[in-house]
Design a protein around this ligand. Structure first.
Ligand code: GLV
Ligand code: MN
Ligand code: MN
Length: 422
């Protein structure tokens, strides 16, 4: 590898900067199995090629580039990496920072003359955000067997395209290495080794999505836990009618039931110290001069414990149901993506956080979901490193991390991989 490590990081970062960026908002639209996803994958495969890493793919859109896949008696590797997809109009860092930092960390380890005693893999998990098929961490759920292909194949995007068809249509988008949904090293096809058989432990570096590290004056931290969280579809049904001629007392207006539900969610979450958000809405027929017949709204709810999350959702659904009774509307609630509490291996977190120049790294919780949570729940010892985000803003074009902090993150990841693959 020519070039110094900061150069390589910054070059990779600027290669990725234009891919999927909106010229209107400056945010990113990097949805899975689309043209831009193909460009991101091609970029990753080229970066792996430059480094002589061996790229493997499963049938689900997940990629891993291995450094020294031949090392170790059982060849079980230390996996790092993250995802390249974004939320709609997302930031540059959520996901790509972990992938770029992982490639840069391999460069750092090589420049240190480090020879790993076991393989080190840089992973790119597909559809982490669930922005297209509605299920967060889709790729890692499939790779670990937390979700079966049979359950996933018929998931549909907003245009009605199934996951199966989207995957089939994505050959030529950097997915040429795919083996198809029934095979693949991660996917557990008949002869394929499972993720657990290939991976000894996983470390995901991620931009912090809050201000904990700012408050603590630290550039990097280690994750302790992920709050339980879920997405729930609320289908409110009423009766379409004329906006002018229908008397107010004669209406069955699902928008009213929805509006009160959004207020109730906010109130319940505040009172309980939890989080609740309605960020997506579909209205039919969506006309200005007609009472809607149907409103579909998606609740994102997060709680400090599984019980707190269940109580929060129950309270919101309870208020929504009462209100529907008064409005003459009906309500159906469908959980679409629910992830239980994740406590990362405490011994691993403590070990990784301890004994650094300048003191121990802080160990902090997060309310955001990650592939690391899925791998951890699958029994793989897992850790996360966070890089300071000056404003804490995320899932927005405003998301940011300073280059100097990103470089501290790269060397923190290199130190971590060195500890794990020594
Ligand atoms: C993923 O970033 C999530 O927490 O929704
Ligand atoms: Mn995210
Ligand atoms: Mn992420």
């Amino acid at each position: 590898m020519g070039g110094s490590m900061p150069d390589d990081f910054e070059r990779m970062w600027s290669d990725l900067a234009p891919l999927g960026r909106s010229s209107v908002s400056g945010g990113y639209f990097r949805q899975p199995f689309t043209g831009v996803d193909g460009e991101l994958r091609s970029w990753f495969i080229a970066q792996a090629g430059r480094r002589g890493l061996a790229v493997e793919a499963d049938g689900f859109g997940n990629l891993v580039a291995w450094w020294r896949p031949d090392r170790g008696a059982d060849r079980r590797g230390v996996l790092t990496g993250s995802h390249l997809d974004s939320v709609l109009d997302g930031g540059a860092y959520d996901g790509p920072l972990g992938v770029v930092s992982a490639l840069a960390a391999v460069d750092v380890l090589r420049s240190r003359g480090f020879v790993p005693s076991r393989p080190i893999g840089v992973s790119v998990f597909a559809e982490e955000e669930g922005s297209r098929f509605g299920l967060a961490c889709l790729g890692s759920r499939l790779a670990t067997g937390a979700l079966s292909w049979d359950a996933a194949r018929s998931l549909r995007d907003r245009d009605g395209v199934s996951l199966e068809d989207a995957l089939a249509a994505s050959s030529g988008l950097g997915l040429e290495l795919e083996l198809g949904p029934s095979g693949g090293w991660l996917g557990g096809g008949a002869a394929a080794p499972s993720l657990r058989e290939r991976v000894e432990c996983f470390v995901e570096l991620h931009v912090e999505q809050g201000r904990d590290l700012v408050d603590r004056g630290a550039a990097v931290g280690v994750a302790s836990e992920i709050w339980p969280h879920g997405r729930y579809r609320f289908d409110f049904t009423g009766s379409a009618n004329h906006a002018g001629t229908t008397r107010m007392e004669d209406r069955r207006d699902p928008m009213l039931t929805y509006a009160m539900t959004a207020l109730a969610a906010n109130e319940q979450a505040r009172a309980a110290g939890q989080r609740a958000t309605f960020g997506r809405l579909e209205v039919a027929p969506n006309g200005t001069n007609a009472i809607p017949s149907r409103v579909t709204a998606w609740l994102d709810a997060r709680g400090s414990t599984d019980g707190a999350l269940a109580d929060l959702v129950d309270a919101i659904v309870g208020q929504a149901t009462d209100r529907a009774g008064r409005d003459g509307t009906s309500l159906e609630v469908t959980p679409e993506s629910v992830t239980g509490a994740v406590v990362f291996d405490p011994a691993l977190a403590t070990r990784l956080a301890a004994d650094h120049e300048g003191g121990d790294w802080p160990v902090i919780p997060t309310m955001a979901g990650h592939d690391a949570g899925i791998l951890s729940a699958a029994g793989i010892p897992t850790a996360m490193l966070f890089v300071r985000n000056p404003t804490g803003v995320s899932h927005s074009p405003e998301e940011h991390a300073e280059i100097a902090d990103c470089l501290v993150g790269v060397s923190a990841l290199a130190d971590t991989l060195e500890r794990l693959a020594r």
